[in-house]
Design a protein around this ligand. Structure first.
Ligand code: SF4
Length: 238
């Protein structure tokens, strides 16, 4: 089965250890208010590749990985294509290439379980600290995200949690402490990375004719980010 790809970046500014090859998949059912890639939402914009074609592309970059780097598969939501990805991850792991999945943890099904059984590194957002805000600003259930983290624990996948800080929405001390408490209950969560919201995706919304509701006022300052980082350092115990 083909994998539907939005874009590929050979030396990507994506997360994960070392130099990363970034594969961005098309399709996402969430509608995060701060999403800077709304152009990945629609699957029909994607280009089709077989898992073997993608694995062959990645293999050419192996000298840059130097044992530590590898591939980060992002999106969109990669879990929407879990069955095809399982094949790709198998091909890459057979070549000893490290695979990270950048996912919102928004899909749970048998295909996702098979993918997790391969134990990729998971870069997973916890987007909002409670159900109410998750529904309002993400358009989905926090419960699914929590179930996904439990599955990741069950399959022994290491997780790096990412949390986009949006000023005035999810940036209080209590919010960050709550995320830390949640993370402390999962021994497989190895890191919490706070990322400041930025509005660089704004122009894409305009082009796509989608309403953009955030503004410059929602961008946290460097100082606020440093304060929130210190809350993580004090409260998260991996
Ligand atoms: S999960 Fe990612 S791609 Fe989907 S809407 Fe949220 S930020 Fe955008």
């Amino acid at each position: 089965m083909d994998i539907i790809v939005h874009s590929i970046e050979s030396m990507a500014a994506v997360d994960g250890p070392g130099v990363r090859y970034g594969i961005f998949l098309a399709g996402c059912l969430l509608r995060c208010v701060y999403c800077h890639n709304p152009d990945t939402w629609d699957r029909s914009n994607g280009q089709r590749y077989t898992p073997q074609q993608l694995a062959d592309k990645v293999k050419r970059y192996r000298p840059y990985f130097k044992g530590k780097g590898g591939v980060t598969i992002s999106g969109g939501e990669p879990l929407l294509q879990a069955a095809q990805l399982t094949e790709l991850v198998r091909l890459l792991q057979a070549e000893d290439i490290n695979v990270a999945l950048d996912t919102a943890g928004s899909v749970i099904n048998e295909d996702v379980k098979q993918l997790l059984a391969l134990r990729p590194l998971l870069l997973t957002d916890i987007k909002m600290p409670d159900e109410e805000r998750y529904k309002k600003y993400i358009g989905a259930d926090l419960k699914t995200n929590q179930e996904f983290l439990s599955l990741a624990r069950q399959y022994g996948c290491d997780v790096w949690v990412r949390y986009v800080v949006v000023k005035g929405i999810n940036d209080s001390r209590r919010d960050i402490e709550k995320i830390c408490r949640m993370a402390n209950t999962y021994p497989n969560i190895k890191k919490i990375q706070l990322l400041p919201y930025h509005n660089m995706g704004r122009e894409k919304y305009k082009k796509l004719g989608i309403c953009y509701t955030l503004s410059e006022d929602n961008v946290p300052s460097t100082r606020q980010m440093a304060e929130l980082e210190s809350i993580v350092n004090d409260n998260f115990h991996p």
